[in-house]
Design a protein around this ligand. Structure first.
Ligand code: C2E
Ligand code: MG
Ligand code: MG
Ligand code: MG
Length: 293
């Protein structure tokens, strides 16, 4: 009986592996097609909110892919595959260009938003000409990187692959005038070391940090320490993955922090986000009274 079960288990695992391998092969082909014509991709925007003033000045750009046959594929699945297959760079450049144009439109329509954050892949820091490609885009649209309108989100694991080179490239971006955020802060092994090495403007506390707040005392203490630390270092702090009113109320005591999470708004398509911004403009006074009256 034992033997039979074991055989069956082995087959099941084998089937699953085969299935996921097949899906990956399919996905590589579909991604190549998508990149060739840059179709099926679109951007979503998730608001970043200043807790004290409840203002939305910025949003994180989150890429989506809807393939004709595979349907909606999450970035957690397709980005690693794009990275492995030499497809991430054209995707990143498309994301940046699309975001630049979108922000331009929102600014000229006075939607109240003046900055966007864009995620950079680990592969960015392994390719010689990535920074230069970014610079070309900004020249093309006559945008001065120093105007603070674009922030790049990087992770320490992205830089870690080749530390010296990674640090060099981040410094170069910073030198070009871009704002740098350290994403998923607190999930890596040596976060504090990277804070010393990298020219970071913004710390993004990972959601896993916030999950225990405010019920787990240890997490609250760590949060308080990190708020003080970022203040002392002159960095902006943003807490990711805020989902509940309880978390929101607890965070209010820290005053000058930014927040991002489903509680405030999920990633939205550009037209959804535009409506969201329009609503804020319309209800501005009510909003601030409601929360701080
Ligand atoms: P990330 O940069 O850390 O982005 C935050 C992720 O958390 C997003 O998932 C966002 O939708 C999700 N999130 C935000 N608030 C909440 C919340 O309150 N609760 C929960 N459970 N989740 C929340 P998403 O959009 O699936 O993206 C996953 C990851 O894919 C991103 O993590 C980022 O590493 C990567 N990614 C997304 N877009 C791009 C892109 O344009 N380029 C690159 N290189 N990577 C991207
Ligand atoms: Mg991010
Ligand atoms: Mg993150
Ligand atoms: Mg992440």
């Amino acid at each position: 009986k034992f033997g039979k079960d074991q055989v069956r288990t082995t087959y099941t695992i084998f089937d699953e592996e085969l299935h996921s391998e097949k899906r990956e092969i399919e996905m590589v082909e579909a991604l190549k097609q998508a990149v060739e014509h840059m179709d099926g991709f679109y951007l979503t925007y998730q608001p970043k909110i200043h807790l004290k003033y409840r203002s939305v000045r910025s949003a994180e750009v989150l890429l989506r892919w809807n393939d004709k046959s595979l349907g909606q594929v999450s970035p957690g699945e397709f980005i690693p595959i794009a990275e492995k297959n030499g497809l991430i760079q054209p995707i990143t450049m498309w994301v940046i260009e699309t975001a630049i144009l979108q922000l331009k439109e929102w600014k000229s329509n006075h939607m109240g938003i003046n900055a966007l954050s864009i995620n950079l892949s680990a592969v960015h820091f392994q390719l010689e000409e990535s920074n230069e490609k970014i610079n070309h885009l900004f020249q093309k649209y006559h945008i001065d990187p120093n105007d603070g309108s674009i922030e790049f989100e990087i992770t320490e694991s992205a830089v870690m692959k080749n530390i010296d080179r990674g640090v060099e490239m981040v410094k170069e971006l910073k030198g070009q005038g871009f704002t740098i955020a350290l994403d998923d802060f607190g999930t890596g092994l040596s976060s504090l070391m990277y804070l010393k090495k990298l020219p970071v403007d913004t710390l993004k506390l990972d959601k896993s940090f916030m999950d225990g707040v405010p019920t787990i005392k240890k997490d609250n203490i760590l949060l308080e320490m990190l708020v003080n630390m970022s203040e002392g270092l002159g960095m902006t702090l943003i807490a990711e993955g805020i989902e509940t009113e309880t978390q929101h109320n607890f965070l209010k005591k820290f005053g000058s922090v930014y927040v991002q999470g489903y509680y405030y708004g999920k990633p939205m398509t550009s037209s959804e986000f535009q409506r969201y911004l329009q609503d804020i403009i319309t209800n501005n006074d009510q909003l601030s009274e409601q929360n701080y009256g």
